[in-house]
Design a protein around this ligand. Structure first.
Ligand SMILES: NC(=O)C1=CN([C@@H]2O[C@H](COP(=O)(O)OP(=O)(O)OC[C@H]3O[C@@H](n4cnc5c(N)ncnc54)[C@H](OP(=O)(O)O)[C@@H]3O)[C@@H](O)[C@H]2O)C=CC1
Ligand SMILES: O=C(O)[C@@H]1CCC=N1
Length: 273
């Protein structure tokens, strides 16, 4: 399935990953994309990367054309506090459009009130969408149709894993997979630092660390085994890994990750206020 005309509000990190991923995966033609961003630097980035797309500074251009007139789907990819100002712009009429928001913490009720209808989907994606390895969850408001869900599944499914959840689970999703890539980048960087400390060249250490994280993730997904069992299989009796595991447990790495997920989820709940 190819996506219809899409207008994206905001052209930052997450739009680049999600929309860029969809174009790369072939479900969206750049010629069907209108991208709104206030700064000329951002518009220039999109125009250079995807010459067929249309970029606009705001909801209308100098010729009086609306960014929304010909689109069927609108993706809101601005920071949470920019959602309200965007939706209260008198030039923004989203009647008859499927509206998708990726703003952390912003409830469906806020968006449906702002757009004036409830054909609205709230999504929590993540940046590995850019390379087709995203993890996203979404929740729908009342007027979303089966064919709208197909469009959302096409968008998110083309760039990775997608699952429908109830809205009250989206803060937890933010804690695990929305913010999650940042925790794992930190882990990869730290593993590489450890490799350098133990005598490896930086490039070799980084490649080994990144591939190890990818391999471990693929083992969990492809074997279906419990991660605890997969961990036990690496720990030879009296060996190297169990010596390392003891250090990780003494430093409460498990508790730190649990607290990190909860801190992100709590912040997402705060953003709703
Ligand atoms: N980054 C991530 O990993 C994830 C982010 N999200 C969510 O995605 C959303 C965007 O985050 P992110 O991409 O990181 O943020 P960025 O700051 O990178 O991008 C925000 C974009 O919004 C644009 N913008 C600001 N004001 C307006 C406006 N009035 N009208 C149109 N566009 C505007 C900015 O334009 P300009 O560049 O011209 O200033 C910028 O391109 C957030 O709500 C966040 O919660 C969700 C999941 C993961
Ligand atoms: O840090 C943030 O607020 C956004 C939402 C999830 C990931 N990045």
């Amino acid at each position: 399935m190819k996506l219809p005309q899409l207008t994206v509000v905001g052209g930052g990190q997450m739009a680049r990953a999600l929309v860029g991923g969809m174009i790369q995966q072939g479900v969206l033609d750049a010629s069907k994309l209108t991208l709104i961003a206030p700064s000329s630097n951002t518009r220039q980035w999109w125009a250079e990367k995807y010459p067929d797309c249309r970029t606009m500074e705001g909801s209308t251009n100098e010729a009086g054309e609306s960014a929304y007139a010909s689109c069927e789907i609108v993706l809101l990819a601005v920071k949470p506090h920019i959602i309200a100002p965007v939706l209260s712009d008198p030039n923004v009429d989203l009647g008859g459009k499927l509206v998708i928001s990726i703003a952390a913490g912003v409830p469906l009720a806020t968006i449906t009130a702002g757009v004036g209808h409830s054909r609205v989907v709230r999504v929590m994606p993540n940046t590995p969408s850019l390379v087709g390895e995203g993890a996203a969850a979404y929740s729908t408001a009342e007027s979303v149709t089966g064919s709208d869900i197909e469009s959302v599944e096409t968008m998110l499914g083309s760039v990775g894993y997608a699952v429908q959840v109830s809205e009250n689970q989206l803060d937890a999703v933010t804690g695990v997979s929305g913010s999650g890539p940042a925790y794992i980048y930190l882990v990869i960087e730290a593993l590489a630092d450890g490799g350098v400390a133990a005598g490896l060249p930086r490039k070799t250490a980084l490649e080994l660390a990144a591939q190890t994280v990818r391999g471990a993730a693929t083992m969990v997904r492809d074997t279906g085994e419990h991660p605890g069992l997969l961990k036990d299989n690496v720990c030879s009796p009296g060996g190297t890994t169990i010596a390392a595991m003891r250090v990780l447990e003494q430093n409460a790495v498990r508790g730190a990750l649990i607290d990190a997920v909860n801190a992100s989820a709590a912040r997402s709940r705060e953003l709703a206020k």
